[in-house]
Design a protein around this ligand. Structure first.
Ligand code: FNR
Length: 353
């Protein structure tokens, strides 16, 4: 409607014109000089609301390393299927965004190639092996990562066996050569040994009951060790955990990670950092995960999609877009820094409105 009031102050003006003066004065008037009447309103103007969201600071640290936003790149395998430059491009993009990439040990560029691709802090992910020979390989690889300057080991424990991915079966998917294992597994034939190594036997089905193996891992490296793939609280003596269900690629009907985050955070009681991944697609998702107690989130598929679409630039844009969305979400929620994000900022389905 033309000329309709858009705020209450404009409403106040309408009766001044519409009502007889006596009636209007009766409603609007106050005592004597009307000093207090005016002051009642003006006194509000002297008070500022103390949340200055004109500048939002998204930076934080993970394991003591500063990053521009609480968004890291999750380990994922086979980046050369997405782009010829593979993990090297992903690593450069993460570095350009001042954040950290966790390199999968099933990468298509080697630990060394990624390490020399650019100057940045990087973490390394590995799995649990199950035979003596393979444990040798595993130690070798962890120690290579340490020598190349990777700053932490993420041990993925949600894959005692590989999940059954029916699309891969229908596609008759064949794994590419695992670059990090070249020369470690005998390749007298066409590399099929490496392929076999990558099958189910490469993972340790007993590991979930054998946390003492973390002691062994600690004995072969000086790097901090974090567990990735935790959905329920465990007492094992690690330097951090990642609440993750492997991007829903292993156990179907495992709970969505965001639904268990708070419970795990509650059990950890701040003793070690809790990171989170699974289903992050928006800046609002990042804020929700932080509000429920995560220190930072990891993105898996988003980074790979960025890489497939536009190489290094694509990964960079994906991280920047998420970062921009998070910044706007924080401004609109009155959070100038990550420390301002609290449990009060979210309400889950189970909480009464
Ligand atoms: C993964 N993920 C994974 N995790 C890991 O510890 N080692 C790995 O080699 C891989 N490989 C891998 C390949 C692909 C194609 C995907 C999509 C994921 C899991 C990954 O680290 C992360 O947990 C999930 O991707 C997070 O979920 P979103 O962000 O993809 O929803």
């Amino acid at each position: 409607m033309e000329g309709a009031p858009v705020n209450v102050n404009e409403f106040q003006e309408l009766p001044r014109k519409a009502l007889p003066k006596m009636y209007y004065d009766y409603y609007s008037g106050g005592a004597e000089d009307e000093y207090t009447l005016k002051q009642n309103v003006e006194a509000f103007q002297g008070i500022t609301i103390l949340v200055d969201v004109s500048r939002i600071n998204l930076s934080t640290t993970v394991l003591g390393y500063k990053i521009s936003a609480p968004i890291l790149v999750a380990p994922s395998a086979k980046h050369k299927w997405a782009h010829p430059e593979g993990e090297v491009a992903t690593a450069r993009a993460a570095a350009a965004c001042d954040t950290i990439m966790i390199l999968s040990y099933r990468s298509t560029c080697t630990i060394e190639e990624v390490a020399s691709s650019c100057n940045a802090v990087r973490f390394f992910q590995c799995y649990v092996q199950n035979t003596r020979g393979e444990i040798y390989i595993y130690a070798n690889i962890v120690q290579r990562a340490e020598r190349c300057g990777y700053k932490a080991i993420f041990l993925t424990i949600d894959s005692p066996r590989l999940g059954r991915k029916e699309k891969d079966i229908k596609n008759k998917m064949v794994n590419p050569q695992l670059k990090n294992f070249e020369g470690l597994i005998s390749t007298q034939d066409d590399g099929s040994n490496i392929e076999a190594f990558d099958a189910n036997t490469a993972f340790d089905p007993l590991f979930l009951g054998r946390y003492r193996d973390i002691g062994w891992l600690r004995s072969i490296t000086n790097l901090p060790v974090l567990l990735k793939g935790v959905l329920t609280a465990v007492e094992v003596g690690v330097d951090g955990i990642v609440v993750s269900n492997h991007g829903a690629r292993q156990l179907d009907y495992a709970p969505p990670t965001i639904s268990v985050l708070e419970e795990v955070v509650g059990a950890v009681k701040g003793k070690v950092p809790v990171l989170f991944d699974g289903g992050i697609r928006r800046g609002t998702d990042v804020l929700k995960a932080l509000a429920l107690g995560a220190q930072a989130v990891l993105i898996g598929r988003l980074a790979v999609y960025g890489l497939a679409a536009k190489g290094e630039y694509g990964v960079k844009r994906v991280i920047e877009m998420l970062r921009d969305e998070l910044e706007l979400t924080m401004a609109l929620s009155g959070c100038p820094t990550l420390n301002h994000i609290s449990r009060k900022h979210v309400r889950t389905k189970h909480e009464r409105p």
